[in-house]
Ligand binder design. Structure first.
Ligand SMILES: Cc1cc2nc3c(=O)[nH]c(=O)nc-3n(C[C@H](O)[C@H](O)[C@H](O)COP(=O)(O)OP(=O)(O)OC[C@H]3O[C@@H](n4cnc5c(N)ncnc54)[C@H](O)[C@@H]3O)c2cc1C
Length: 281
């Protein structure tokens, strides 16, 4: 069995600056050793520890989809010590990835169901993974209608803009992009906060419809009542938490809320599950 504390060595293969403030970059990594990509077998919704020798490790959601082969991808916000160091690294540099860690979106339960993805800001990473996974030709027929509601502060703060445009043009997914505000006269999408657009565009709840929601706490706080009003049951609302954590494997106790370890039992929980644990998330 692989030592869970040992990272796989990877090379930075591509770096994409996502946002106009240059604080969000996507890193594509390739595994250095034969066989490691297969061992790093993951599902959409999981995360990994990005590991830089002498600097530390940070938990980051996996933004690539398991259907994308030859690389693994993460989108990282520059906030502190390790993420800033990573932002200054170059293509070709070597570092480590430890994982995959945590649970994932309940793909078996979601089969045959309509899926409403609601995302805000840079928390869209594992949602991008999920959308690419569901749209894969081998998987699309397994799901019903797919709706995406995704918002950022301004057009220049949206992630994955080329892909958003591609999804927009498809007829097997309903994409509703929104920004808080813009003075761009050519902006052709929505203007308004995610909860407002959710109220306008999310399909009404039924037994066959699940919502996956990821975003800043304020977005979640105001979107949840909208979903309640539309009749979504709390076991049909799926969320991913980003508590501070260290080991990622349920050993150190940095991330536990009540009896749950967010790194091991989560980070994905239904709202019904979260109602049983203290509101420390
Ligand atoms: C499961 C999971 C998935 C995540 N996915 C992503 C992702 O896809 N992209 C991404 O950019 N970030 C993600 N994060 C958050 C990311 O782990 C932190 O931003 C990162 O650890 C900061 O490390 P640092 O060394 O750069 O900052 P530090 O120097 O440790 O801290 C800088 C600042 O960030 C704050 N901070 C540190 N960790 C967190 C945290 N977990 N939540 C809120 N504030 C924090 C600190 O309090 C401080 O104010 C995720 C976190 C978790 C637990």
């Amino acid at each position: 069995m692989q030592n869970p504390y040992l990272p796989y060595p990877v090379r930075i293969d591509e770096i994409i600056t996502e946002t106009e403030d240059r604080n969000l970059k996507t890193f594509k990594f390739v595994f250095l050793n034969d066989g490691d990509e297969e061992k790093f077998s993951y599902q959409a919704g999981q995360f990994a520890e990005l590991s830089i020798a002498g600097k530390g490790e940070i938990p980051i959601g996996i933004a690539s989809s398991p259907t994308e082969k030859g690389f693994v991808m993460f989108t990282v916000n520059k906030v502190g010590l390790v993420s800033t160091f990573l932002h200054n690294m170059k293509m070709g540099d070597i570092m480590g990835i430890r994982g995959p860690l945590g649970n994932y979106y309940p793909w078996d339960a979601l089969e045959g169901k309509n899926v409403v993805i609601i995302g805000g800001g840079f928390a869209f990473t594992t949602l991008r993974s999920s959308i690419v996974y569901m749209l894969d030709p081998a998987n699309r027929s397994k799901f019903g209608d797919i709706h995406v509601i995704y918002g950022a502060r301004s057009p220049g703060m949206l992630l994955y803009r080329n892909e958003l445009a591609e999804w927009e043009a498809r007829d097997d997914i309903n994409v509703h992009i929104t920004v808080d505000a813009t003075d761009d006269p050519d902006w052709k999408y929505n203007v308004g906060f995610v909860p407002t657009i959710t109220e306008q565009k999310a399909p009404p709840a039924d037994e066959n419809t699940y919502a996956i929601i990821c975003g800043p706490p304020v977005m979640i706080k105001f979107t949840q009542p909208v979903l309640d009003k539309q009749g979504y049951k709390h076991d049909h609302i799926i969320m991913s938490l980003e508590n501070r954590m260290k080991c990622g494997i349920g050993m150190c106790g940095h991330c536990n809320v009540g009896k749950e370890f967010v790194c091991k039992d989560g980070p994905v929980f239904t709202l019904a599950q979260l109602s049983h644990i203290p509101k420390e998330y």
